[in-house]
Design a protein around this ligand. Structure first.
Ligand SMILES: [Zn+2]
Ligand SMILES: [Zn+2]
Length: 209
């Protein structure tokens, strides 16, 4: 694992895509992610380069004796987020869920993407020719972005940036339910200790238990 290198982007001022206010660095429960926040409490994350799927699919089988000494779900979640060996096989979506579970913030609405992170001006939709699952957004200065789910990707060669919006509680609950379905594609990524953290979260839907 190595932390994301976005020093160049961080030197420039970034704007909140949700309200256009300035973004500043803040701490989060994920030591590898860069967390940015505005004065309205909208949070966005720059995630470290995720492990390859081939590695995350080994997560269910790895031995993590360190967890034996941990008694709370938050301590187990923190271990998975921070220990380099564990994090090296942790699926990125699980990392986002574990962070949300540890922090237990109340997030009713996911921050949306209305303003350009580079210049703070309104974003408008444009025809994105490359991928039907992505929505194209651009500002008056022709900063171009592609949006998929809650993640905004730069579509400019000069700016390397991906901003992940903080999940709302409703999205966290839906994703927990999806991970607990025992889906054959997801199972190899889910270590039993992580499953227990998801199961014991207040955001775990009753129907998923
Ligand atoms: Zn904001
Ligand atoms: Zn712009």
């Amino acid at each position: 694992m190595h932390a994301t290198n976005i020093t160049e982007q961080l030197r420039a001022e970034l704007y909140c895509p949700s309200c256009g206010d300035g973004l500043v660095l803040c701490k989060s429960a994920d030591p590898w992610a860069i967390c940015l926040i505005c004065s309205c409490d909208h949070r966005f994350f720059i995630m470290p380069p995720g492990p390859l799927a081939a590695f995350t699919a080994t997560a269910a089988g790895i031995a993590v004796p360190e967890i034996g000494g941990l008694s709370t779900p938050a301590a187990i979640a923190s271990f998975w987020l921070s220990d380099p060996r564990a994090r090296g096989v942790l699926n990125e979506q699980l990392a986002l869920l574990l962070r949300a579970i540890i922090e237990s913030r109340k997030i009713l609405d996911e921050p949306h993407f209305s303003f350009c992170p580079v210049c703070g001006v309104t974003l408008e939709e444009y025809d994105w020719p490359f991928d039907v699952y992505m929505k194209g957004l651009r500002c008056q200065s022709d900063h171009r972005w592609a949006l998929r789910g809650g993640r905004l990707h730069s579509a400019m060669e000069t700016v390397r940036l991906e901003l992940q919006a903080e999940y709302s509680d409703a999205v966290v609950s839906q994703l927990i339910a999806a991970w607990l379905k025992r889906d054959t594609h997801l199972e190899p990524n889910l270590h039993d200790s992580v499953r227990q953290v998801l199961l014991r979260s207040p955001l775990c839907p009753q129907s998923a238990i």
